[in-house]
Ligand binder design. Structure first.
Ligand code: NAP
Length: 254
């Protein structure tokens, strides 16, 4: 018999990049489930301010400015979040912070490639390193979820650096799942298709129409489609799932 599930109210989750978009939606869902949630971003957005003063969620929410990709800032953020959570320690990390930039590689500036890899891939590795140290010390298992993208496995015209960064995150999930499995820490990637956020605003209406037409389910994903899978992977029910990249794309990759 598996042990009885630990209530969300006794668990602390870190979500990187929570100032807007998918990260902000995830945080609201996790707070509604009863978790303690910490996040970081470069800017303190209206979403962050609203959660800090929220009558129900405010006491279970922590934000700190941090530039993911800068290793020492990531260590400081994770340590501050774990200290804030006290005896709840750290149960889960969602590597969500990400940047995207389009352009054909032949004329794509190297500094843009470096920025994308620094935030999306090095940042995810830095946060996983810092978080797993706390999870291993806590000895209660845990969850690491990397928000990658179907572009990591399928590619997309004009997104070579982004695609490489997301394929790297999927590789991280597979290798780290092997490394941490015996300590009951699962590591998975969630790979969304196209979700309407500031990041996908770079797509033109024509491109979005093409995507919808090529999607078997005939629609784009909503924030909640991604958040629901993240919530499941964080739960005790998902204890046997590790090392996977799970696509949430309406079937466009099938
Ligand atoms: P978004 O709306 O652009 O939000 C990105 C978030 O990441 C913001 O909160 C941003 O906050 C934060 N961030 C960016 N760089 C950061 C850094 N260096 N340090 C700390 N925080 C940083 O993007 P989104 O659409 O919600 O995407 C979230 C994740 O889903 C990304 O990893 C993205 O690649 C992935 N994804 C998105 C889609 C989509 O269609 N939208 C599809 C597949 C995968 P600040 O700017 O305040 O720092």
């Amino acid at each position: 018999m598996p042990p009885s599930p630990t209530p969300a109210s006794e668990r602390h989750i870190i979500v990187t990049g929570g100032s807007r978009g998918l990260g902000a939606a995830m945080i609201e869902g996790l707070l509604a489930d009863g978790y303690r949630v910490s996040t970081c971003s470069r800017s303190r957005s209206a979403n962050i301010e609203a959660l800090e003063s929220h009558p129900e969620f405010g006491s279970r929410f922590f934000w700190k400015r941090c530039e993911v990709g800068e290793g020492s800032q990531v260590d400081e953020f994770v340590n501050a979040a774990v200290e804030w959570a006290g005896e709840d320690g750290l149960w889960g990390l969602v590597n969500n912070a990400g940047v995207a930039q389009t352009g054909i590689l032949a004329s794509f500036p190297n500094r843009e490639t470096e920025k994308i890899l620094k935030v999306n891939l090095f940042g995810a590795i830095q946060a996983a390193r810092a978080a797993s140290e706390h999870m291993l010390r806590g000895g209660k298992g845990g969850r690491i979820i990397n928000i990658s993208s179907i572009i990591g496995s399928r590619g997309y015209n004009g997104m070579s650096a982004y695609s490489a960064s997301k394929a790297g995150m999927d590789g991280l999930s597979r290798a780290l799942a092997r490394e941490l499995g015996r300590r009951k820490i699962t590591v998975n990637s969630v790979a969304p298709g196209y979700v309407l956020t500031e990041m996908s605003a770079v797509l033109t209406p024509v491109q979005l129409n093409q995507i919808v037409n090529r999607t078997p389910l005939g629609m784009l994903a909503e924030d909640s489609d991604i958040t629901n899978l993240v919530r499941y992977l964080l739960s005790d029910a998902a204890r046997m799932i590790t090392g996977q990249t799970i696509l949430v794309d309406g079937g466009i990759s099938c």
